[in-house]
Design a protein around this ligand. Structure first.
Ligand code: TYD
Length: 135
């Protein structure tokens, strides 16, 4: 699975709404790390990298963001604008993110932070994908 939008089940009543995220239940991997991005601005894109060994799930819990996903063949733009929608992103997907309306983005990750598994150069990303396809 390269990437996929997922509806997250909402438990709601008059006190508000609640969403629960559980490894291997509604999240398709073991959650080892959670981080969040806030104080975002329209001018500043983030991402511009791929991960060789990491799966992630993005949730815009406030505002909205556009995630441009690139598997080295096609590019697709996906909008996140609801706390009950998650975007699963598998390995080896180049992503770029643009933020709107004070977006707050929660990210679940399948492993601890490791700068060595990042691909931060687009040319290098294309080479890695080609090498994987040739093997
Ligand atoms: P960066 O990868 O540039 O953020 P983004 O994925 O949003 O483009 O990370 C910004 C800085 O934060 C960089 O110095 C690495 C550090 N960082 C951590 O220390 N731990 C983490 O879990 C993450 C995602 C980043």
């Amino acid at each position: 699975m390269k990437y996929q939008l997922m509806q997250l089940n909402v438990v709601g009543d008059k006190r508000g709404k609640l969403i629960s995220l559980e490894s291997h239940k509604n999240i398709p991997f073991e959650i080892k790390r959670v981080y969040y991005i806030y104080d975002t601005s329209l001018e500043q894109m983030r991402g511009k990298h791929a991960h060789q060994n990491l799966e992630q799930l993005y949730i815009a819990i406030n505002g909205k963001c556009e995630v441009i996903l690139d598997d080295a063949i096609t590019q697709e733009s996906v909008w996140l604008e609801s706390p009950n929608v998650g975007l699963y992103i598998g390995k080896n997907i180049w992503r770029e993110i643009r933020f709107f309306d004070d977006c707050k983005l929660v990210v679940l990750a399948s492993d601890y932070y490791d700068e060595n598994e990042y691909i931060r150069d687009y040319g290098e990303f294309l080479k890695v994908i080609k090498k994987n396809n040739d093997e």
